[in-house]
Write a protein that binds this ligand. Structure first.
Ligand code: NAD
Length: 412
């Protein structure tokens, strides 16, 4: 199944529950604009390599469009289209005044030197600078792009349009970035885990948890969950899975990754398992925070965790999602579970526009408030309409986008 079909599937279930009129269904299933650009880049040895870059703008009924830029060899128009639409629902579910977009370049950034990466980024901005801007479409980091890449984007865009750091979020803190942006997605996953298990009548210290992926999202989620008394029994990254049935010593693990360039490789104080074994361990809560499509027909019935929080975008394929529901697993969907990042990106944009910088405490408080409100809205929708949390989140988001579309004059 293509990535965009999976998103469309979840959208359709919620649209059916809402009895969404067919004209609106079609409008909201069609991206506003899809742009493919040539990204020529001079390599360090003098060769010219040409890459493909994309920006898909899905919907702007609720405000300027917002969404990350991904540098990865699997980036294609279909993946970007799916992620752009997810951003429309994500910003709506947490009630940010934004629409949704996404972009990327089909490239493996690990094969480029820093100078090549900078030249590629500037060439990409040359291709899309006219369609992004603080009031139209505001990019941010995603897989393979860093705060340094965001700085180059801002600098290149400003050469055309003049000073305006609000054109992009996820910038370095000393260059108009927001304090707390880097930790925001993982912290948000943690905040929502606490809310969810409370609603399910569980206590943190009885929720043995495994986290797949130990990058930006996974590592900050583990840190927050550990501080909130969840036993972390397994973590994984590309180097493999590390398991300790009695609970991993998280401060010790973090010290190891600090010495090891962020990698879990060779962590000595846990058993080594194959990467995928993490998903089917005998645990209470599972947090996929790495790749899309990792929960599928082949492993869904082996999953023992009764609670799943989708830190990654699109980790569950639709057929597996149905099985999880039948198996009594409670899934907090990606459009809510990993919305902490875009929420603090919004705070960064607000600060840039105010020419004022918030304290880390204020950022954390506002993040907690925004996510708590969104969680309660989704939970109540789910209880009242007797649908899964995923369908409830989509319903809430679609209703908000529908209202904005109608207020803008589109009615039938
Ligand atoms: P990242 O590149 O910082 O980290 C990815 C992690 O996944 C790394 O630790 C990597 O080793 C690990 N990984 C890769 N393949 C793996 C495998 N087969 N098994 C186990 N681990 C594996 O990326 P990130 O920013 O943490 O993003 C992770 C996911 O969260 C993506 O789906 C991304 O779209 C989503 N997301 C990120 C943000 C954000 O603010 N960073 C916001 C919303 C959603």
């Amino acid at each position: 199944m293509k990535a965009s079909e999976a998103t469309e599937h979840y959208f359709s279930i919620a649209a059916d529950h809402l009895e969404l009129p067919s004209w609106l269904r079609k409008l909201l299933s069609t991206p506003k604009r899809e742009v493919t650009v040539q990204v020529p880049c001079e390599m360090d040895d003098g060769r010219i390599e040409t890459f493909l870059g994309y920006r898909v703008q899905h919907d702007n009924a609720r405000g300027p469009m917002k969404g990350g830029l991904r540098y990865h060899p699997d980036v294609d128009l279909d993946e970007v289209r799916s992620l752009a639409s997810l951003m429309t629902w994500k910003t709506a579910v947490v009630n940010l005044p934004y629409g949704g977009a996404k972009g990327g370049v089909c490239v493996d950034p690990r094969t480029l030197s820093r100078k090549e990466l900078e030249r590629l980024t500037r060439a990409f901005v040359d291709g899309i600078h006219d369609i992004i801007g603080p009031d139209t479409d505001i990019p941010a980091p995603d897989m393979g792009t860093t705060h340094e890449v965001m700085s180059w984007i801002r600098n290149q865009w400003e050469k055309y349009h003049g000073f305006n750091p609000a054109v992009i979020t996820g910038k370095p803190v000393e260059e108009y970035g927001a304090k707390g942006r880097e930790e925001a997605t993982g912290r948000g996953v943690g905040i929502l885990a606490v809310k969810l298990i409370r609603r399910l009548g569980r206590k943190p210290d009885t929720c043995r948890t495994a986290v797949q992926g130990f990058g930006n999202v996974g590592s900050h989620a583990v840190k927050f969950l550990h501080e909130s008394a969840f036993p972390i029994v397994a973590v994984s990254d590309v180097s493999g899975c590390y398991y300790n049935a009695k609970g991993i010593d998280v401060p010790d693990l973090l010290r190891h990754t600090l010495r090891n360039n962020g990698s879990l490789k060779d962590y000595p104080n846990a058993d080594r398992l194959e990467s995928d074994e993490l998903l089917t361990l005998d645990i209470d809560m599972l947090i996929p925070a790495a790749l899309g499509g990792v929960i599928h027909d082949g492993n869904v019935d082996k999953i023992k965790a009764k609670i799943i929080l989708e830190g990654a975008n699109g980790p569950t394929l639709p057929s597996a999602d149905e099985r999880l529901l039948q198996n009594g697993v409670c899934v907090l969907p990606d459009i809510l579970a990993n919305a902490g990042g875009v929420t603090v990106s919004y705070f960064e944009w607000v600060q840039n526009r105010q020419h004022y910088s918030w304290s880390l405490d204020r950022v954390r408080q506002e993040l907690d408030r925004t996510l708590s409100e969104a969680f309660e809205n989704v939970w109540q929708t789910s209880v009242q309409t007797k649908v899964s949390l995923r369908t409830a989140a989509f319903m809430l988001a679609i209703k908000r986008v529908q209202r904005a579309t109608e207020l803008a004059g589109f009615r039938s």
